[in-house]
Design a protein around this ligand. Structure first.
Ligand code: NAD
Length: 360
């Protein structure tokens, strides 16, 4: 029996609808497995602007830092688009990520048999795909020295890829550990044939693999080849670890193998408190209509259990319950298929909770 405090930021648009189902799934896990979850709600994004005038009140930062993990819905919407840059909902999200020091972004791309037809890739290529992309989130070319110098037609734009040994080691450690919880295969993606920063990256990853993770099968791939291999034969991958910019692109590519944004979860970890959110936005076009698919958020709850609270068996229960609702032919509108039953957000949440009580 353990007690956990979970911060919840519902956010805007469909955020409150999907977060409510994530919370119910966690409560069901708690009841089944004997854990006590205390939920504390905080504001961020448009909801925070409306209530306090700023997109991330200090009370939210403090509250989240005092908890074991953060479950986040989504923020933003047309109502706040005209706000000055530093007061936009997105500014609150970026500040929160920075405050939490989450340097590792984990994005699973899992293709469910029941949804094979949802992707634009052939089902026979996709069947069985289950990839985790681990992206470095706080370093590399997005944060290295740069700027625009010179005048007029002679201006030069510069960005610099910078990685220290310590930065490479800490992201590689997250990836090796993730691989140990999965099929024990790690592919490190770089551009070591051209970039010296990638040469250091590769050297450090190889040394760590040999010294600390001999049980994980380590391979290396250039990023251009990886972009191609993800489409050609995605099943060859288990965990991919890569830099900020390469991960930005490859994680979007990998997520599209699954075909539906309403199914995709993510975790940002590495700091003292993990940040868990579905990858979709606030979907203002369907907000408040009970049309949103809550499975991305419920899948996010599985990541929260696995990487935030180290409760692997509980994470697997949630994943099994998601598989079971799909097997039982239940769908939300975004993943609808002929012959299946279409449910709203709450009813889909109910279906998962029901299976969480019984699934073996
Ligand atoms: P979006 O992800 O909100 O929506 C894109 C499309 O996918 C829409 O048609 C939407 O209805 C659909 N969709 C998204 N989630 C769904 C779900 N769970 N179930 C069913 N359908 C779903 O992206 P957008 O329209 O580009 O952005 C809308 C707002 O969200 C913007 O203000 C944007 O800045 C914000 N946003 C926030 C985050 C975040 O909070 N992390 C991420 C992306 C976008």
């Amino acid at each position: 029996m353990a007690n956990f405090t979970i911060s919840v930021i519902h956010g805007d648009g469909i955020g409150p609808e999907v977060c409510a189902e994530g919370v119910r799934a966690l409560q069901a896990v708690g009841q089944r497995c004997g854990h006590a979850f205390t939920f504390k709600e905080y504001l961020a994004g448009g909801a925070a602007i409306d209530a306090t005038g700023v997109p991330l009140p200090d009370a939210s930062i403090k509250g989240v830092k005092d908890s074991h993990a953060l479950l986040f819905g989504a923020i933003g919407g047309p109502k706040w688009e005209a706000m000055p840059h530093h007061l936009k909902p997105e500014a609150g999200l970026l500040k929160l990520r920075k405050e939490l020091g989450a340097f590792a972004n984990l994005r699973p791309a899992l293709v469910y048999d029941e949804l094979l037809d949802a992707s634009s890739i052939k089902p026979e290529v996709l069947k069985g795909t289950d990839i985790m992309v681990v992206r470095e989130l706080t370093g590399g070319i997005y944060f290295g020295p740069g700027g625009i110098t010179g005048d007029g037609a002679h201006r030069v734009g510069i960005n610099t890829e910078v990685y220290s040994v310590a930065e490479i080691e800490r992201i590689a450690r997250v990836a090796f550990e993730a691989a140990r919880l999965r099929r024990k295969k790690l592919c490190s993606v770089d551009k070591a044939n051209v970039l010296v920063s990638s040469q250091l990256w590769r050297e450090v990853v190889i040394a760590m693999g040999k010294a600390q993770y001999p049980d994980v099968q380590l391979s290396h791939m250039y990023v251009d080849n990886c972009a191609m291999q993800l489409i050609r034969d995605p099943r060859q991958f288990d965990v991919i670890v890569t830099t900020n910019i390469f991960g930005d692109i490859l994680s979007d590519e990998a997520s599209q193998l699954t075909g539906s944004i309403g199914m995709l979860a993510s975790a940002s970890v590495g700091g003292p408190v993990g940040f868990f959110e579905p990858i979709h936005g606030s979907a203002p076009d369907i907000a408040g209509q009970q049309k949103a698919n809550p499975l991305a958020t419920i899948g996010t709850v599985a990541l929260l259990l696995r990487y935030g609270l180290k409760l692997e068996a509980e994470a697997q229960l949630v994943e099994k319950a998601i598989r079971q609702v799909l097997k039982d032919g239940l769908r939300t509108g975004d993943i609808k298929q002929p012959g299946c039953t279409i449910l709203g957000t709450r009813a889909m949440g109910d279906a998962v909770v029901e299976r969480l009580r019984t699934v073996a």
